[in-house]
Write a protein that binds this ligand. Structure first.
Ligand SMILES: [Cu+2]
Length: 429
């Protein structure tokens, strides 16, 4: 299908807004299709910390000029990629194949079917995408392709024939499209799973199944987040009067720190094997089998959406491995680990990171019955000792040197592997 659509990135984050945006939005309205030259303006924002767009559905007429302003008011980076109706699988496969190049490419792979895309916007960034709507009516999905975000960060641009009446955009505040609804529409389960050959990678908060605190050497202590009101799209505050001065102050309302692990990548190879690889510590944190994650607490389930107060997904199944002690390459590497990215090698992601002068690549390969293997390659610096097997409190481990800077670490779980504790723990304030 030929598309007349041209995506032009007009403004980038942290640049001064263009004059066009500063004009009062008086001339353009939804449903004004009489003047083909009129630009249809739509603003899509990120709901902070929710991994959601505030707009999940908007409508345009075929061929109409669209000005889409995308604002990232969240603490995480996000992008917006608008695609042809059937292009999602190719897009996701392309994103997964970007590997270490993902960041530089803004997680926008060079695949067919992309109609418009923003850069990966850093917090408080915005970008305006100007394009002409396709000539073919239909439902055109848009999503954030930052790894794992597309499960919840998605919406649809409905293209209606020229002259047909347009419905108003659906906002999260109108409770018209909940995360459960969006997931159901997209055919995504609350208990998503990959397969042995096609693992599912998700970047999400993860529960801490009672790991040794020494494992979290590089994690900061969580700062309580602001309470957010989707109705006004602003942080909530309370007015408080100082009795001594009589002055009224606005005190921001906070939510308790979540006892979860941020920034980890959860990988599922089906029922038989899942693991969590942390991008802060740059190491395998734990592995489990018998299920993946129950996303209910994170994505929400009840009508109207909204997730639980403690929104850490729950682990399903049994733990087969838990890391403990300092990171294997910490002692002699002379520097904190820095995550580089990952790429798919065969049917498993290969993570890479640097520690001091070294570049380290790690791949976790699933085996049968909860067995798995960690393949490690170290470049740029002599390593005195091999990967340390010490400090593991579960799993039987054998370390096999495979040549200079290369190891295979084999894990076999004990039959009495502990059940995974629930993901919802008491908040620690
Ligand atoms: Cu995102």
């Amino acid at each position: 299908m030929r598309s007349s659509l041209l995506a032009i990135s007009l403004a980038l984050s942290s640049m001064a807004p263009l004059a066009a945006q500063e004009q009062p939005a008086t001339t353009t309205k939804q449903g004004a299709g009489k003047d083909a030259q009129e630009r249809l303006k739509i603003t899509i924002r990120v709901i902070p910390s929710m991994v959601k767009f505030d707009t999940t559905h908007f409508e345009v007429n075929t061929g109409s000029a669209v000005e889409l302003r995308f604002e990232n008011g969240c603490i995480m980076p996000h992008n917006l990629v608008l695609i042809q109706p059937s292009a999602e699988n190719a897009l996701i496969a392309g994103v997964n194949a970007l590997g270490a190049e993902g960041m530089q490419k803004h997680f926008v792979p060079d695949v067919p079917g992309i109609l418009a895309s923003s850069r990966l916007l850093q917090p408080q960034g915005f970008e305006v995408l100007s394009f002409n709507a396709p000539e073919e009516p239909g439902k055109y999905p848009f999503l954030c392709t930052f790894p794992g975000h597309w499960f919840t960060m998605r919406g649809v641009m409905q293209v209606r024939p020229r002259g047909e009446r347009l419905q108003a955009a659906q906002r999260e505040t109108e409770k018209t499209a909940t995360v459960p609804d969006a997931l159901q529409t997209a055919g995504i389960s609350h208990r998503p799973q990959g397969t042995l050959d096609k693992p599912l990678l998700m970047r999400t908060f993860l529960p801490d199944p009672g790991l040794d605190p020494a494992v979290f050497a590089h994690h900061g202590v969580g700062i309580p987040g602001f309470k957010y009101d989707p109705a006004t799209r602003s942080d909530l505050s309370q007015k408080k009067q100082d009795p001594s001065t009589g002055k009224t102050e606005e005190i921001p309302q906070r939510v308790p720190t979540q006892p979860g692990i941020p920034g980890a990548i959860a990988v599922n190879h089906g029922e038989s094997f899942s693991y969590a690889w942390d991008t802060t510590e740059c190491r395998l944190l734990y592995a489990w089998r018998g299920g993946f994650l129950d996303m209910d607490p994170y994505w929400g389930r009840e009508p109207g959406g909204g997730r639980a107060n403690l929104y850490i997904p729950k682990l399903l199944g049994n733990l087969v491995y838990r890391a403990s002690g300092a990171a294997p390459f910490e002692d002699s590497a002379g520097g904190s680990p820095r995550f580089g990215g990952y790429r798919m090698v065969g049917n498993a992601p290969e993570f890479w990171y640097t520690a001091g002068s070294r570049t380290i690549r790690e791949q976790v390969l699933p085996g049968a019955h909860g067995r798995f293997e960690l393949r490690i390659q170290v470049e740029g610096g002599v390593l005195e000792s091999p990967w340390k097997a010490g400090g593991l409190d579960q799993g039987v481990v054998e370390v096999h040197p495979e040549g200079p800077g290369k190891w295979r670490v084999q894990f076999r779980d004990r039959p009495e592997a502990a059940p995974a504790p629930s993901g919802t723990q008491t908040p620690q304030n």
